[in-house]
Design a protein around this ligand. Sequence first.
Ligand code: CTP
Length: 401
Amino acid sequence: MKANPRILLIIGGGIAAYKSCELVRLIRKNGGHVTCVLTEGGSHFVTAMTLAALSENPVHTTLWDLKNEVEMGHIQLSRQADLVVVCPATADLMAKMAAGIADSLATTLLLATDKPVLAAPAMNVRMWQHAATQRNVATLRASGVTVLDPDEGAMACGEFGPGRLPEPEAIWSAIKAALGDARPAPGPLTGRHALVTAGPTHEPIDPVRYIANRSSGKQGFAIAGALAALGARVTLVAGPVNLPTPAAVTRIDVETAREMAAAVEAALPADVAVMVAAVADWRVADAAGQKLKKDGSGQVPPLLLTENPDILATLCRVANRPPLVVGFAAETEKVIEHAQAKLARKGADWIVANDVSGDVMGGALNAVHIVTAAGVDSLPEMPKDAVATALAQRIADALAR
Ligand code: CTP
């Protein structure tokens, strides 16, 4: 993390707003700079005076401040920080963020910012659990916002459950992690944005069952880490896997192919995309809203499948297609032949073909062939980390040309 990070702190209107004062103190104590934006709701719980004194900075409250629009426009304010933190993130504020509403200084900044955003939610337990809030949180996470999970416990309103603001120390830890994520060490890919998909997708049959595959996500995670190690800003769109996030990588978790497609689209533009995910080719056409039950007749439920979007092929045809698109091809026979066909069919620049007839899926070793229009570059069998490093290096070379 950079020594003196600049935090733009947006204070929403909830009782937990008083804890944002403690957060300002913590950030200051650790050498960070804080600029506070106090929402109208927030101003009913803490004063601009308190925040100005603690942050040692002017506090911004309104979009309609002519003097400030001249000296410090709201767009500029949203861009000068290293990280935007929303604390407390109320249900209302998150709903507006998810919908892209810009009706106040805070929401306008959130829509205009090009910086990572971290939200620390705090609200009544029922409001947190409400389907609308959960939908908004999922939307925000899919578009790259880090939404912390609220703490569980007794609430100011007398109820009990999840909804308490995480402790300021925990928010500070998350800020440090987010800043680490946003700032990889310099290298040949510094200034480049790399988009990586990894892992399987899960396609629901009913609320408790799903269709999956054996992808572990290891190769994709290793590639995300290797690209970050070369200095790239990496967005890793991950299906359901049990793997730690590689250092300095921004991770977006998804479940289904359609969620993955949306997260990929939202992450553009990118300089390079590496699509390693084992996306399910099919999903259940009409997933049941309730658990399917045996009716005693011995009849099995028919599962009608429908095709998922091809994320790689779509990406190769969008207007803001990354200049370098790399696909993977898991094959069990005629590996190179099939990869060459896939290269043409999908419109990718490179296809990294691997033979999955052995125990590659979930295993530690991989032998790949990089298939391009120019020819085939076959790498010997090596650990997935070494494959990742070799591929990242080739990507850096290609982008430097
Ligand atoms: N892929 C994708 N979206 C899909 C299916 C595949 O983005 N719906 C991507 C994978 O991430 C991979 C490449 O396409 O980079 C090839 O995946 P693979 O499963 O080998 O190809 P398929 O198109 O499924 O071809 P087939 O099943 O016929 O081998």
